[in-house]
Design a protein around this ligand. Structure first.
Ligand code: ASP
Length: 324
C-alpha cells in the first residue's frame, strides 16, 4: 500500500512537472532592456510597443534601462542573459551598427544575438533652444560660426545616433563646437530646453513634442521627405544641406540560442503592436515610420542589419570616430 501511494505520488509529481513544461511561453514577466536613459526616444518606443505586446503575450513587460557607452553596455547585458525568451533587448542603428565600428565590443552584434523584429525608423531633427535668433538653417550656421566658442551640443555618448548626427553636421557645415555626453537624449533634451546646451541632432520622436509646444526650434529633418505630422519643418535638401540623411531604425533582439517558439511569439506580438491603429497614431505623431509587415520579421531585421553594417562601417571607420 505504502509502495503504491509512493508510486502514485511520484507519478503525480511527474504529471505536474509535465503540465508545467507544457505551459506555453511566456509564463512569467519578460524584461525588455533599453540601453539608454528613461524618457528618451528608445525608451519611449520600447514603452509604446511593449505595452501593446503585453496584451498579446499575456505577461507584463518590465522595462530595464541599462545605460552607458552609447548603449553598448545594455546590449552586452542582453548578450549575456539566459537564452530563454525572458530577456529581450531593443536597439537601433547606432547600438547595433555604429557601435560595432567604434567600440572594442566583447560580443558579436550578428552572431551573439538572434533577431526578433524590425521596428519603426525615425529621422533626426536639427534642433536648438527657443532663444537662438536664427530663422532658418543658413542663419543658424552663420550664428553658430560667430558664436563658435560659446556653444555646445548634446549627445547620448560617443557613437550614439545624436553624436554621429552632430559630427556629420559639423563636417557638412564647417562648424565646430564641443559635445556634452549624456546617458541618453532624454536627459540631454531637458538641458537643451533649459538652455544649458545649444544644439542637438536628435531623433524626431524625442524632440518633436518640444518643437510643437514651442520649447525648441527645428531647422531641418534628416530625410528626403518631410514628416507627415510636422509638415512645417523643411527637409535637409530644402534647408540647404542636401543629402544629409540619417534614419534611426530600431529592432528587437534576444540572446543567441533562444528557443524558436519563444522568438515566434515575440515576433507575432511585435507585429500585432505595429498593426494596432492606436499604436500607429502615437508613432506617427512622433515621426516614426513603421516598416512593411513582411520586413517586421527576424529575417527582415537580419537582412536590414547586415546591409546597414556593410553600408556604414566603412563610412564610420573612414571618419575616424573612436570611443574615448
Ligand atoms: N537612442 C538614444 C536614446 O534613447 C539616443 C541616441 O542614440 O542618440 O537616448
Amino acid at each position: 500500500m505504502r509502495k503504491l501511494s509512493l508510486a502514485l505520488a511520484a507519478a503525480f509529481a511527474l504529471g505536474l512537472a509535465g503540465a508545467a513544461q507544457a505551459q506555453p511561453y511566456p509564463t512569467r514577466p519578460i524584461t525588455l532592456v533599453v540601453p539608454f536613459a528613461a524618457g528618451g526616444p528608445t525608451d519611449t518606443l520600447a514603452r509604446i510597443i511593449g505595452e501593446r505586446m503585453r496584451q498579446s503575450l499575456g505577461q507584463t513587460i518590465v522595462i530595464e534601462n541599462t545605460t552607458g557607452a552609447a548603449g553598448s553596455i545594455g546590449v552586452g547585458r542582453v548578450v549575456r542573459a539566459p537564452a530563454d525568451g525572458y530577456t529581450v533587448g531593443i536597439g537601433h542603428w547606432s547600438t547595433h551598427v555604429v557601435n560595432g565600428a567604434i567600440y572594442p565590443l566583447t560580443y558579436d552584434l550578428l552572431k551573439d544575438l538572434d533577431p526578433v523584429a524590425l521596428l519603426p525608423a525615425n529621422p533626426q531633427l536639427i534642433v536648438t533652444g527657443p532663444k537662438v535668433p536664427a530663422k532658418d538653417l543658413k542663419e543658424l550656421i552663420a550664428w553658430m560660426k560667430e558664436n563658435q566658442d560659446k556653444i555646445s551640443g548634446g549627445t547620448a555618448g560617443v557613437g550614439s545616433a545624436s553624436h554621429i548626427g552632430g559630427i556629420y553636421f559639423q563636417q557638412k557645415t564647417g562648424t565646430k563646437y564641443p559635445f556634452v555626453p549624456y546617458r541618453g537624449t532624454g536627459p540631454a533634451i531637458q538641458d537643451l530646453v533649459a538652455g544649458q546646451i545649444d544644439i542637438m541632432v536628435d531623433q524626431s520622436s524625442n524632440s518633436l513634442p518640444h518643437v510643437q509646444n514651442g520649447k525648441l526650434k527645428a531647422f531641418a529633418v534628416t530625410a528626403a521627405k518631410r514628416i507627415p505630422s510636422a509638415p512645417e519643418i523643411p527637409t535637409v535638401d530644402e534647408a540647404g544641406l542636401p543629402g544629409f540623411y540619417i534614419s534611426v531604425w530600431h529592432g528587437l533582439w534576444v540572446p543567441h540560442g533562444t528557443p524558436p517558439d519563444a522568438i515566434a511569439r515575440l515576433t507575432g506580438a511585435a507585429q500585432e503592436a505595429m498593426a494596432d491603429p492606436a499604436v500607429q497614431k502615437r508613432l506617427a505623431d512622433l515621426g516614426q515610420e513603421i516598416p512593411p509587415r513582411e520586413a517586421q520579421t527576424p529575417e527582415g531585421l537580419h537582412k536590414h542589419h547586415v546591409a546597414e553594417i556593410e553600408k556604414w562601417w566603412p563610412i564610420i571607420k573612414a571618419a575616424g570616430i573612436k570611443a574615448e
